[in-house]
Structures are given as structure tokens and as C-alpha cells.
Design a protein around this ligand. Structure first.
Ligand code: NDP
Length: 315
């Protein structure tokens, strides 16, 4: 049978390129889990994904009700779930004020981390039951949350501190909208959310890999300077960022190439190792990369897990 892979945020950028790469193999049915149904349908058609290889389903990660509804609808399809890719993200580098998810969490962490945390937790059992030769749960990470890299050292740097803001509910009313309890900074909130993604992947691995046989992985696909992620940046930045990445840092990858990389983490029979953060070298071959001190801090991962469970109503 075909494998079934769910990709969140498959309506543009990396998610769309990955959906296309997997659908083209003829071995995968892609569930495009998107907040904008029409946009996702149009996107699938525009890149030529054949009708029989995808299904668009509504999912708004900025609402925990929507996440639960999505899981119910998915189970209604009565399809085995083999792979989940947590890819969607919002990035608000120029926002002066925080915005909030339906439950009142700061939007970047609420969407990128908490929405995905609930989704992944709810689908864990479904993936566990898959009889596919390999079953995987992939959470897209980023270099920007890794302070052991050059890109990760561009201020404002990621820093979760002692998680006091998160423990306070991240709502900016009775506390801070930032995980570390500091003042709002949209670029930092995004980087913090990516650290959460990488910590969550490792905590899943420690808690569930042996019991479930699921491969948990994260990755940095390269700098895809052309995606919609930068849509809220100032125009000059959007003009200069792609050539800067292409010619100066040489970290640039096309959406197509990045999509192939993520598709590899989904489907390559040799990438079965769990708990790994994948990166690619200049020849586009994958290697196990090292995470920064904070992004591999076990104690922080455990604490993040426990607080997140409370916030999304699992504990
Ligand atoms: P895009 O902005 O192109 O794609 C983001 C996707 O997330 C879109 O499909 C968007 O939907 C979706 N999304 C946003 N909010 C929600 C929500 N509330 N519910 C459901 N879906 C939502 O960016 P990229 O493709 O660049 O980003 C994809 C991933 O890659 C992210 O995890 C990002 O952190 C990561 N990444 C990107 C890098 C880059 O250089 N671009 C580098 C490293 C990592 P819609 O189409 O409706 O807006």
C-alpha cells in the first residue's frame, strides 16, 4: 500500500515542495493540513500534484480546538497514519506588539510549538499502530535556534531562560508573552519556538522511541530565502536576503531542493535513526548535526514538555 504522510502548512514553501516531492514518487498519499483550504487546493494544483495523491484538510494550529477537530476528522478517514511532519510556522520579525492564538498564547510559540505539540501527542498512538515498514514523526527545526552556529548568533538570540513566561501562560496579561519572561520580540519568539521544536523531538525520542518504534527526527533544510516565511519582513530585507544567502553565506537552497531534503527524512529507508537533527553539507548529503547547548538540554526538554502538557490541556 501507499504510505500516508500528514504535512502541516503544506500550502506554501517547504511544506508544498515536500508534498510535491513525495507525491511524485507515487508511493505516498499526502494529507495537506492547512489553515486556508482554498489556498492549499490552488497550491497543490499549481505545482501539479495529481489528485489521487493528496487530500487537503483544515487545520489551524493557532487554535487547539481546531487541532482536536482535525484529529477527529482524520480518524474519520479510516486511513493508517504513517508519518507526521510538523512543518507550519509563523514568523513576525517586525511586529511591535504580540498577537495571540485562540487560547491566548503568543502566536509564534502558540502555533509553531504548542499547536504542534498537541497534534503530535494526539497522533502518537495512531502512528504507533501503523504497520508501514517505517513510521516517523518529524518536527522541522532551524539553525536560527541553534546558538552554536553563526546564524544562531545573530541577535536577538534564542533563549528560553527558566521558562517562567511559558509557565505563566504566555498571554502577556498576567505575565510575559515570551517564554523567558522578557519583553516581546517577534524574531526571538520565532527562534524560541524553534528551540522548543528541537527539544520536543528529543523528548519524544527519549519517552517513546523504544515503546513505539517510531523514528523521531528534526532537521535544518538550509536557508530557503524565498519562502513566505519572510512575508512580514521589510521590503528591503526581502529583496536582499536571497542574494545574500546565495552569494555571501552560501547557505541558500531552493524550495525544490529543501523539499527533497525533507522528503528524504520522511521516506529514505536509511534515515531510520531516531533522536537525530539532520543537516546537509555542500554536496547535499545528509549528516547528523549537533544541537546547541540549550537545544539539547535534557532538563529543559523535560520541563518544557510538562508545562506544554498543562497549557494544551493534556495534564
Ligand atoms: P512559509 O511561510 O512558506 O510556510 C509556512 C506554512 O505554515 C504556510 O503553509 C502557512 O499557511 C502555514 N501556517 C502558518 N500558520 C499556520 C496555522 N496557524 N495553522 C496552519 N498552518 C499555518 O515558510 P517556510 O516554508 O519557509 O517554513 C516552513 C518550515 O521551515 C517552518 O517550520 C520554518 O521554521 C522552517 N524553516 C524555514 C527556513 C527558511 O529559510 N525559510 C529555514 C529553516 C527552517 P498559509 O499558506 O495559510 O500562510
Amino acid at each position: 500500500r501507499k504510505g500516508t504522510v500528514i504535512i502541516t502548512g503544506a500550502s506554501s514553501g517547504l511544506g508544498l515542495a515536500t508534498a510535491k516531492a513525495l507525491a511524485e514518487t507515487g508511493k505516498w498519499h499526502v494529507i495537506m493540513a492547512c489553515r486556508n483550504f482554498l489556498k492549499a487546493e490552488r497550491a497543490a494544483k499549481s505545482v501539479g500534484i495529481a489528485k489521487e495523491n493528496y487530500t487537503v484538510m483544515h487545520l489551524d494550529l493557532a487554535s487547539l480546538d481546531s487541532v482536536r477537530q482535525f484529529v477527529d476528522n482524520l480518524r474519520g478517514l479510516a486511513r493508517p497514519i504513517d508519518v507526521l511532519v510538523c512543518n507550519a510556522a509563523v514568523y513576525q520579525p517586525t511586529a511591535k506588539e504580540p498577537s495571540f492564538s485562540a487560547e491566548g498564547f503568543e502566536l509564534s510559540v502558540g502555533t509553531n510549538h504548542l499547536g504542534h505539540f498537541l497534534l503530535a501527542r494526539l497522533l502518537l498512538d495512531d502512528i504507533k499502530q501503523s504497520d508501514y515498514p517505517f513510521k516517523r514523526l518529524i518536527i522541522v527545526g532551524s539553525i536560527t535556534g541553534n546558538t552554536n552556529t553563526l546564524a544562531g548568533n545573530v541577535p536577538p538570540k534564542a533563549n528560553l531562560g527558566d521558562l517562567r513566561g511559558l509557565a505563566g501562560g504566555l498571554n502577556g496579561i498576567n505575565g510575559s508573552p515570551m517564554i523567558d519572561g522578557g519583553d516581546f520580540d517577534g524574531a526571538k519568539a520565532y527562534k524560541d519556538s524553534k528551540v522548543c521544536n528541537m527539544l520536543t523531538m528529543q523528548e519524544f525520542h527519549r519517552r517513546y522511541h523504544e515503546e513505539t518504534g517510531i523514528t523521531f527526527a528534526s532537521l535544518y533544510p538550509g536557508c530557503i530565502a524565498t519562502t513566505g516565511l519572510f512575508r512580514e519582513h521589510i521590503p528591503l530585507f526581502r529583496l536582499l536576503f536571497p542574494p545574500f544567502q546565495k552569494y555571501i553565506t552560501k547557505g541558500y537552497v531552493s524550495e525544490e531542493e529543501a523539499g527533497k531534503r525533507l522528503a528524504q527524512v520522511v521516506s529514505d529507508p536509511s534515515l531510520t535513526k531516531s533522536g537525530v537533527y539532520w543537516s546537509w553539507n555542500k554536496n547535499s548529503s545528509s549528516f547528523e548535526n549537533r544541537l546547541s547547548k540549550e537545544a539539547s538540554d535534557r532538563e529543559k526538554a523535560r520541563k518544557l514538555w510538562e508545562i506544554s502538557e498543562k497549557l494544551v490541556g493534556l495534564a
